[in-house]
Design a protein around this ligand. Structure first.
Ligand SMILES: Cc1cc2nc3c(=O)[nH]c(=O)nc-3n(C[C@H](O)[C@H](O)[C@H](O)COP(=O)(O)OP(=O)(O)OC[C@H]3O[C@@H](n4cnc5c(N)ncnc54)[C@H](O)[C@@H]3O)c2cc1C
Length: 396
């Protein structure tokens, strides 16, 4: 029987598998996609996440692939300068597909961890001692797996979450965006630039490997964007992007919700299966990595002490601690989005206020975006707050 069955090989499932695999636990990861894709989505990896990825032995490789952002230049209308954000510790910017590739390589090195593609989770039965989960492949062939614990790392549309019928109340925002990755011809190196204009926001981040991410605020969700991104960057900032160098493009909308509970007996949620927040501010995946760090320590404690009377309490604290962190990250992302998406006449007073805030909060804003002030940003913080977690091992 497998110790831990993980549904979904996104970044959070892969980190959890690596953490548990390093402890010598048997882990099976089943992923519904036929193979890993290279979608670029999340790029910002904050210092607490990088410290965790360092423990897994993948931080150095990711740093080689990505760009370390130390400074963000903030511009107003006509590229006037409103201020800058200088991070106390750099934020790594690297496409999510690369992060997943490096994590998967690490998973494959762990002989006690198995990762298989092409298996879609269907349902499970929970027993006091173990659980049985059912999967199906693309041809409809069934597969049953027995495990001591099940973790849904299966993203926003989590079937694991649905099978336990958690009350969740998604909230949809009107803001929409379009992003694209291009060869970087700006000469800006590893620096990021934000432009707050009356026509809408433009964001530009280095990605490493000679590439740069551009994001523009849009009026509607653009399924067929054509040259909208290049046109709007030109109009709002005067910068010409060469469409031929575009390697990836995707529109996105904004939803926010958080699961009421993250744990039921032997079943857990981590990452986007438990919470979704605005990508503006770049905190979703990072929040999921911190979920995985806590959960790996919890599962390790439960596997080591199967009869512990603290098991229920640990589950309660997992939900409480990680929900608090998730809610804070979501609220901060929402605030960033609310400030950044003001358009028309109101963008002028917004920019005046922003310029002032960048001055007076120059020590607060960088730590905020680097997630250095998120409650329970790592396991050590949760252990310091709750004595019942004292026996949780820091995975080294
Ligand atoms: C445009 C955009 C930009 C973003 N930028 C950032 C950023 O800069 N920083 C940041 O921290 N976050 C960012 N995010 C958020 C980030 O992408 C997510 O938080 C992250 O992908 C969550 O990882 P996950 O592993 O929890 O879920 P996912 O990445 O969604 O992975 C879930 C996996 O489970 C699989 N799966 C689903 N259902 C099943 C099933 N039934 N059976 C088996 N497998 C299944 C899926 O195929 C998938 O591989 C961004 C998101 C978007 C959309």
């Amino acid at each position: 029987m497998t110790d831990v069955l993980i549904v979904g090989a996104g970044p959070v499932g892969l980190v959890l598998a690596c953490l548990l695999g390093k402890q010598g636990r048997s882990v099976l990861v089943l992923e519904k996609k036929p193979a890993r894709d290279s979608a670029s989505n999340a790029i910002g990896v904050t210092p607490p996440s990088l410290a965790l990825l360092g423990k897994l032995g993948v931080a150095t490789e990711l740093l080689q692939f990505g760009a370390s952002i130390k400074r963000v230049h903030v511009h107003g209308q006509e590229r006037t300068i409103l201020g800058e954000v200088n991070f106390p510790e750099p934020i790594l910017s690297v496409p999510q597909g690369v992060t997943e590739m490096v994590l998967e390589q690490r998973v494959r090195e762990l002989s006690n961890v198995t990762l298989e593609y092409g298996w879609q989770f269907q349902s499970f039965d929970q027993d006091p001692e173990f659980l049985m989960a059912l999967f199906q492949d693309a041809s409809g062939n069934p597969r049953a797996e027995r495990a001591l614990f099940l973790v849904g790392c299966d993203g926003v549309h989590s079937k694991v979450r649905d099978s336990i019928d958690v009350a969740w109340k998604p909230r949809r925002f009107d803001s929409t965006f379009l992003m694209g990755d291009y060869f970087d011809e700006t000469g800006w190196g590893d620096e990021a630039h934000l432009f707050f204009t009356s026509l809408g926001a433009v964001e530009s981040f280095p990605l490493g490997q000679g590439k740069r991410r551009w994001i523009v605020q849009t009026s509607t969700y653009l399924d067929q964007p054509g040259s909208y991104l290049e046109d709007q960057v030109q109009e709002r900032t005067g910068i010409a992007l060469d469409p031929v160098t575009r390697t990836w493009q995707s529109p996105f909308g904004i939803h926010r919700w958080i699961s009421e509970h993250y744990a039921w007996g032997r079943v857990y949620l981590a990452g986007d299966s438990a919470h979704q927040m605005s990508p503006i501010g770049g905190q979703g995946m990072n929040t999921g990595f911190a979920d995985a760090e806590f959960l790996a320590a919890l599962l390790e404690a439960r596997l080591e002490k199967p009869k512990s009377k603290l098991a229920e309490r640990w589950n309660t604290l997992y939900s409480r601690v990680r929900r608090k962190a998730g809610k804070t990250a979501a609220a901060r992302s929402e605030l960033s989005m609310a400030v950044g998406t003001v358009r028309g006449w109101a963008s002028s007073p917004r920019n005046a206020l922003l310029g002032w805030l960048l001055q007076v909060l120059r020590n607060v804003i960088p730590a905020h975006y680097a997630m250095l002030t998120i409650p329970f940003r790592n396991l050590a913080q949760a252990k310091a707050r709750y004595p019942e977690l004292a026996s949780f091992k820091d995975i080294q």
